[in-house]
Design a protein around this ligand. Structure first.
Ligand code: SAH
Length: 348
């Protein structure tokens, strides 16, 4: 097994059966070995730096009905909200003063935000903050829409593929959503010129080691600039309310594998990881992650953007959040920087 980790470290790739063998055969000792190599690789490209992204959750309306997600359209217990353009710009202003140089607009797939409205918001943000990168995380759109957002100034796009296996995808989503379309979106985004981020949930219902190995193969093929993963966490008002959460241990192992597979990638230590364990995000950094995405949404709406139960950081003001994170990051020997934090090098 150790040989497989060495091979991954030396060549940056394994075949699917090797990834699968490693994932199924992992143990504490192997994990520690993987993390030490992941830290070394991460240090080579990014030193001790941790980049921060200000996350603005601007709408929890969603036309989709993903079985795992707390803001799915069938959840009638959600109190729905939208931020308007001025609210969003106010979040950016506060974030800029706190040192953020990347803003991430994330939301449900909300038809109220037409391409025209989105382009207006994007161009206002870029006019006001030309030294900042703007990331969108607003789901599956047509190629034309992606192009329009890019032309309006968006730099990056996050769209997790969720699972690369289409049969597994079908167990997590209703029939109108498909793995093929999600992948089509990712390739369109890349071709248009976005820095693209993909990723998946760890421990989602019905997931196997083979599925995770397939996720690694997909990531290897797409060569995204960013890869976001986090544990699946059940939400009480979804069909998966009774399913178990993904584990800290497997999520960290997957982070290590991703760092060795894509040495240049920007990899967040996610809020979901911090939700399943009090020091989850610190451990994520020690397993190879180098990005943190604090919440910049107004405190009044934070509890309404509940993708899963017990989500952390929904009570504090942004300024408090960032101070807490600075302490957490420095406790494990890393340092938050004020920087756009582009990938060290394009993957291809
Ligand atoms: N509508 C956008 C943003 C989705 S929310 C889109 O479709 O891309 C961002 C991510 O949260 C999702 O891609 C999913 O991987 C994750 N997520 C959703 N529900 C979750 C849950 N119950 N547990 C853990 N992660 C979840």
């Amino acid at each position: 097994m150790k040989k497989l980790i060495d091979k991954l470290y030396e060549t940056g790739s394994l075949d699917q059966s090797e990834y699968s063998e490693l994932i199924s055969g992992r143990n504490y000792e192997l994990s520690q070995y993987l993390f030490s190599l992941a830290r070394e690789v991460r240090k080579r490209y990014y030193g001790e730096k941790v980049y921060i992204r200000g996350l603005i959750e601007y709408t929890n309306y969603c036309k989709n009905d993903c079985y795992y997600c707390g803001i799915r359209r069938s959840n009638k217990n959600v109190s729905r909200y939208r931020l308007d353009r001025d609210d969003i710009l106010a979040c950016c202003k506060e974030g800029y003063e706190l040192g953020f140089r990347t803003f991430v607009l994330q939301g449900g797939e909300d038809p109220y935000f037409t391409d025209e409205r989105m382009c207006d918001i994007i161009s206002r943000i870029k006019d006001g903050y030309p030294d900042c990168a703007l990331t969108l995380s607003i789901g599956e759109k047509s190629r034309e829409s992606y192009r329009a957002f890019f032309d309006a100034g968006a730099d990056r796009y996050l769209l997790r593929h969720e699972t690369a296996d289409s049969a597994h995808y079908g167990k997590l989503h209703p029939d109108e959503l498909s793995s093929d379309n999600r992948k089509r979106c990712l390739y369109d985004l890349k071709e248009i010129g976005y820095q693209v981020g993909t990723g998946f949930m760890v421990g989602s219902p019905y997931q196997t080691a083979e599925n995770l190995a397939k996720d690694m193969m997909f990531i290897k093929e797409l060569k995204p600039s960013m890869v976001g993963i986090g544990p699946f966490i059940p939400h009480k008002d979804t069909p998966f309310a009774d399913k178990p959460s993904g584990t800290l241990e497997l999520t960290l192992f997957m982070l290590g594998l991703i760092r060795l597979t894509l040495p240049y990638a920007l990899i967040p230590s996610t809020t979901a990881l911090g939700t399943i364990a009090p020091n989850g995000r610190e451990l994520g950094l020690k397993a190879g992650a180098n990005v943190i995405m604090p919440n910049l949404s107004p405190v009044e709406v934070r509890k309404k953007y509940m993708l899963y139960d017990n989500k952390i950081c929904t009570g504090e003001e942004s300024a408090q959040c960032i101070q807490c994170l600075k302490n957490r990051v420095s406790s494990v020997g890393y340092e938050i920087v004020t920087d756009r934090g582009d990938a060290a090098r394009a993957e291809d």
